[in-house]
Design a protein around this ligand. Structure first.
Ligand code: AP5
Length: 217
C-alpha cells in the first residue's frame, strides 16, 4: 500500500497518519519531520532548510526529491509507505512518476483556512516522535508533556498566525493543483494513476479516522 496524504497545513495529516500507519503496518514518511530533524541536527540540509521553513515557504524540489528517493529505498518501505507532506508541487509528483514509483491512493483531507488558523495556534508536538496534540481538541494526559515518554512538548516556530497564513497561501498556489494533476492522470494514463478520494477533515478525530480508513479500504 503506497498512499499520499494531501491537505493544507493543519488539515490533520500527521494526526491521521498515526492511525493509517498502525492499520496498514506501513511507515509514515513526513518530509516536514525529516527536515525538522535535519535542522535540529544542524546538517547541511538543515542549515539550508531552516530559514525557508520559518518563513513558511517550500524547500527546493531537488533537495526534497533526493531526500525522499533515499528514504523509500530503505528496507522498511518494501511493503509500502505513507507520504505525509509530499509531494507538494507538480515537479515533485512528476518526479515520482518519472522514477516509476507507483502510488495506490491519494487521499485529500479538506479543512477551511479559518479553522486551520485556530487549530495550529493550539498545536503542541513531541519533537522526538512527531506525536501531535492540541491544547483543547486533543490534550496530552498531563499538561505540556508527551503521553508516552513524559518529555516536554513544544510549539513549532512556524505555527504563528502570520506564518500559518503564508503557508496556506503557498498551499493554495503550489500544492492544491496536485488534485488536478492526479485527476488528469486518470484520464491520460489510467494504469499509472492512483485512486483519488477526499474526506472532509472537520469533526472529531475518531470520526475522521473512520472516514479515512473506509476510503482506503
Ligand atoms: P510539514 O511539517 O509537512 O507541515 P504542514 O504540511 O504545514 O502540515 P502540518 O504538520 O502543519 O499539519 P498536519 O496536516 O500534519 O496537521 P496535524 O495533524 O498536526 O511542513 C513544514 C515545512 O517543511 C513546510 O512549510 C516546508 O517549508 C517544508 N516542507 C515539508 N515538506 C516539503 C516538501 N515536500 N516540499 C517542500 N518543502 C517541504 O493537526 C494540526 C493540529 O490540529 C494539531 O494540533 C491536531 O491535534 C489538531 N487536529 C487534528 N485533527 C483535528 C480535528 N479533527 N479537530 C480538531 N483539531 C484537530
Amino acid at each position: 500500500m503506497r498512499i499520499i496524504l494531501l491537505g493544507a497545513p493543519g488539515a490533520g495529516k500527521g494526526t491521521q497518519a498515526q492511525f493509517i500507519t498502525e492499520k496498514f503496518g506501513i511507515p509514515q514518511i513526513s518530509t516536514g519531520d525529516m527536515l525538522r530533524a535535519a535542522v535540529k541536527a544542524g546538517t547541511p540540509l538543515g542549515l539550508q532548510a531552516k530559514g525557508i521553513m520559518e518563513a513558511g515557504k517550500l524547500v527546493s524540489d531537488d533537495l526534497i526529491i533526493a531526500l525522499v528517493k533515499e528514504r523509500i529505498a530503505e528496507a522498511d518501505c518494501a511493503n509500502g509507505f505513507l507520504f505525509d507532506g509530499f509531494p507538494r508541487t507538480i515537479p515533485q509528483a512528476q518526479a515520482l512518476l518519472d522514477a516509476d514509483v507507483h502510488i495506490d491512493h491519494v487521499l485529500e483531507i479538506a479543512v477551511d483556512d479559518e479553522e486551520i488558523v485556530k487549530r495550529l495556534s493550539g498545536r503542541r508536538v513531541h519533537e522526538g516522535s512527531g506525536r501531535v496534540y492540541h491544547v483543547v481538541y486533543n490534550p496530552p494526559k498531563s499538561e505540556g508533556v508527551d503521553d508516552v515518554t513524559g518529555e516536554a512538548l513544544v510549539q513549532r516556530s512556524d505555527d504563528t498566525e502570520a506564518t500559518v497564513r503564508k503557508r496556506l497561501a503557498v498551499y493554495h498556489e503550489q500544492t492544491a493543483p496536485l488534485v488536478g494533476f492526479y485527476r488528469e492522470l486518470e484520464v491520460r494514463s489510467p494504469e499509472a494513476a492512483p485512486k483519488y478520494s477526499k474526506v472532509m477533515g472537520v469533526g472529531s478525530m475518531d470520526e475522521i479516522r473512520d472516514k479515512v480508513i473506509e476510503a482506503l479500504s
